[in-house]
Design a protein around this ligand. Structure first.
Ligand code: AMP
Length: 407
């Protein structure tokens, strides 16, 4: 398990708590927020700090303004919705550094909340003074001067070392916020010390984007089910004709290598045993279920077949932990969502019954599980895309490293 600094380790009363949140919320063309999930996930930490008398200073990036002020990327539009969610007025500083911001921070009393303007209005957030990838330590120092402690509550940016994350963590005592804590506890539980047997279910379009993830999972799991377009590359590697399916023929060698690695560490690989094929990639396209060696040259595999779903259900039955990333088919196109929906519902049922711990995340996975109506029953769903995938790849996340307890 990752042993990191938690908010409960520090007395926050009257301290200036500089909190990195991810308020990069989706919006429409006229600046309305279309999904406030990210605001809501910051509430536990903000409420904790308020209730314990801290002066809360919120910091986030928004969009990609590239170091210039851009009115469309201002965080001002979040003041009202966030105040409403909190049930308390919050302040806004129209800059994230500088004398006026410093004054606004100095005026805070215990329990107050201040939102700073977009950190990406400064190039130093993501670039060194020489214009290289990283961050400008002078800018990080100016941000750090606003707080007594740093609270990192944005797992979704934990894979990036930027001024408002690693830069501040280098200067201030740093703690995981409550959303970060929940994320790290669940992911660490699932991958580092899972209840075994532990199963992975990895789908999605391409092997090429998930080679490192597959290699890392094979080394850690008892069984790994591979689905979606990426399964076609594995099937082709085993000599099956995948017709006109999405398939990375140049990666069949990699697929064989992953299967060989799995054999050596006793990780069982599950591939589709039957498939749903169609000649058109569109909603409601004429389709049929067929065996692996019955795919015609002008047909595409768009989903796993019913026998495959049954083997997945058996594998889920035989597992205590499930880690899921990626859909099993072209789930946006009904009826090619069937295997994803069935498998997700089954995992949800086992989780509800207390027989499975199911963790999911990354890319389209959240949308797929919501579509299946299974999301609420999963033990934990990470909304972090890139950071979740890098965690699954076994990479070191700078945002997590900076929170680790030092012995
Ligand atoms: P990813 O972002 O790698 O998780 O891939 C998700 C995408 O993979 C979704 O848009 C699915 O429609 C697509 N996908 C899954 N299975 C297939 C398939 N058999 N053929 C084509 N696209 C697929």
């Amino acid at each position: 398990m990752v042993d990191f600094n938690r908010l409960e380790d520090v007395d926050v009363a009257n301290k200036r708590g500089l909190v990195r949140v991810d308020f990069n919320v989706p919006g429409d063309d006229i600046g309305h927020i279309t999904d406030d999930t990210r605001l809501k996930s910051a509430l536990p930490t903000i409420n904790y700090l308020r209730e314990n008398g801290a002066k809360t200073i919120l910091m986030s990036h928004f969009g990609r303004p590239g170091g210039v002020r851009e009115s469309g990327a201002s965080l001002m539009k979040l003041v009202r919705p966030l105040s409403q969610l909190l049930g308390a007025e919050i302040g806004f500083a129209p800059d994230c550094i500088g004398a006026a911001t410093q004054n606004a921070v100095t005026a805070l009393k215990g329990g107050d909340v201040l939102l700073l303007e977009n950190t990406r209005f400064y190039k130093g957030e993501t670039q060194t003074a020489d214009g290289l990838k990283g961050y400008d330590s002078d800018f990080a120092e100016q941000l750090s001067g606003l707080g007594d402690i740093f609270v990192h509550d944005a797992f979704s940016v934990a894979h990036r070392a930027q001024a408002s994350t690693s830069g501040i963590a280098a200067n201030l005592p740093s703690y995981a916020g409550l959303a970060m804590e929940r994320e790290l506890d669940h992911l660490s539980q699932a991958l580092d010390v899972p209840r075994r047997p532990v199963m992975g279910l990895v789908g999605g379009a391409k092997v090429s984007t998930k080679i490192d993830l597959l290699k890392n999972l094979v080394a850690k799991l008892d069984r790994l089910a591979i689905g979606g377009g990426m399964a076609n590359t594995f099937l082709a590697a085993l000599g099956h004709n995948v017709g006109a399916s999405l398939c990375e023929h140049d990666l069949t060698g990699t697929a064989l290598e992953i299967m060989e690695n799995a054999k050596q560490v006793n990780c069982e690989i599950l591939l589709p045993i039957d498939v749903v094929v169609a000649k058109e990639f569109k909603v409601g396209a004429a389709h049929r279920v067929c065996g692996l060696d019955e795919v015609l040259s002008d047909e595409m595999i768009l989903d796993a077949g019913p026998n495959t779903v049954n083997t997945l259900a058996d594998a889920i039955d035989a597992s205590q932990t499930l880690i899921w990333n990626g859909p099993l088919g072209a789930f946006e196109l009904v009826p090619f969502d069937t295997a994803t929906v069935e498998a997700a519902k089954y995992a949800a049922k086992r989780t509800r019954a207390g027989q499975l711990s199911a963790v999911a995340g990354g890319g389209d996975t959240v949308a797929a599980l919501k579509h299946a109506g299974a999301a609420d029953d999963f033990t934990f769903i990470s909304t972090a895309g890139g950071a979740f995938l890098e965690w699954m790849e076994g990479k070191v996340l700078p945002g997590v490293e900076s929170l680790k307890k030092r012995g």
